[in-house]
Design a protein around this ligand. Sequence first.
Ligand SMILES: *[C@@H]1O[C@H](CO)[C@@H](O)[C@H](O)[C@H]1NC(C)=O
Ligand SMILES: *[C@@H]1O[C@H](CO)[C@@H](O)[C@H](O)[C@H]1NC(C)=O
Length: 191
Amino acid sequence: MAVRYPLWMGLLLLGAWGPLPTPAQAQLSVQPNFQQDKFLGRWFSAGLASNSTWFREKKASLSMCKSVLALTADGDLNLTTTFVRNNQCESRTMVLRPAGPPGHYSYGNPHWGSVHDISVVETDYSQYALLCTEGSKRPGHDFRMVTLYSRTQNPSAQFKEKFAAFAKAKGFTEEAIVFLPQTDRCMEEPE
Ligand SMILES: *[C@@H]1O[C@H](CO)[C@@H](O)[C@H](O)[C@H]1NC(C)=O
Ligand SMILES: *[C@@H]1O[C@H](CO)[C@@H](O)[C@H](O)[C@H]1NC(C)=O
């Protein structure tokens, strides 16, 4: 299996990303009493904001992807993302390792040498989730991203507004916030 994907692709797949637990992590908030079992299952990545270069270049062409979260035998999270690429459905799996307090995860990509630090900042489990990711690849290539996860492909205005406010509170401008267009393709179960 080919292992080298463009950076933007990996970022898109994960839906949210960040660096290894650092002192900064202590400042990242997380959903109080986070219940991982209720967070599992299918989500759609409905909104994104990022200051990464790939995002600035690609944001106009991105569409919604489907993300399915399941437990692995080791107690990590299996994040399988399905999206349209070259007119075909493609799936990629990433294993998120619990790191720190419940709701924090880290993901390391051996091929890029990158590490992502992901937090579930807020969720009601049944409708929406707000995620924050900080990523580092090499000096000068750190980035931040926030993601709106929705259980349906049509998040209500209430959750879109919540996400926009969250992104702005994290320092993103209006132009950096994108609501991803729905796509019929590759969103059905089973994959
Ligand atoms: C993750 O889930 C996918 C889809 O169900 C499965 O094909 C894959 O084997 C799983 N990987 C791990 C490490 O659990
Ligand atoms: C994105 O923001 C983070 C945190 O403010 C900063 O460290 C990083 O250098 C920024 N990255 C880009 C590509 O602007």
